[in-house]
Design a protein. Structure first.
Length: 145
């Protein structure tokens, strides 16, 4: 092997090593307890949110939980679709959820499931704030984006 071959091999190793380092998904979440008051509140133009975790577990490639406080008359974002599945649990308020092409009214205790790559949306149709918990996950079976 000459000097040029050695430099090419070293450069290729650095590129591959760098890509592997960027692909590191981070630690696996173990059993945990998260106190509501320990989660920072981030104010946004439609209300506020609290990010509890965004990580992976032993059985999930991606596992995320946040809680949104949505002001009256607001939508968190336009209707959309994504490969991961998600579930929303309504804590407070009156929302309309776009599911299977139809807007459906829901209130406290209601559950919304958004399947992979299906158009969905949410809007606060009540007179006060709505609060809902969003749980997202991705597995090896989740379609590519």
């Amino acid at each position: 092997m000459n000097r040029r071959d050695l430099l090419v091999a070293m450069a290729a190793s650095a590129v591959v090593g760098g890509k592997l380092a960027l692909a590191d998904p981070g630690p696996i979440m173990s059993s945990t307890v998260i106190d509501w008051n320990s989660v920072p509140v981030k104010i946004n133009d439609h209300g506020a949110s609290r990010q509890f975790f965004d990580t992976r577990t032993v059985s999930l490639e991606h596992f995320e939980l946040h809680v949104t406080t949505l002001d009256a008359g607001k939508m968190p974002h336009p209707a959309h679709a994504h490969p991961n599945e998600e579930m929303m649990i309504i804590q407070q308020g009156t929302l309309e959820a776009l599911s299977n092409g139809e807007w459906k009214r829901v209130g406290p205790g209601s559950v919304i499931f958004n399947a992979s790559n299906q158009l969905h949306g949410l809007r606060n149709v009540g007179t006060g704030q709505a609060v809902y918990h969003v749980i997202n996950w991705k597995t090896a079976a989740t379609p590519a984006a």
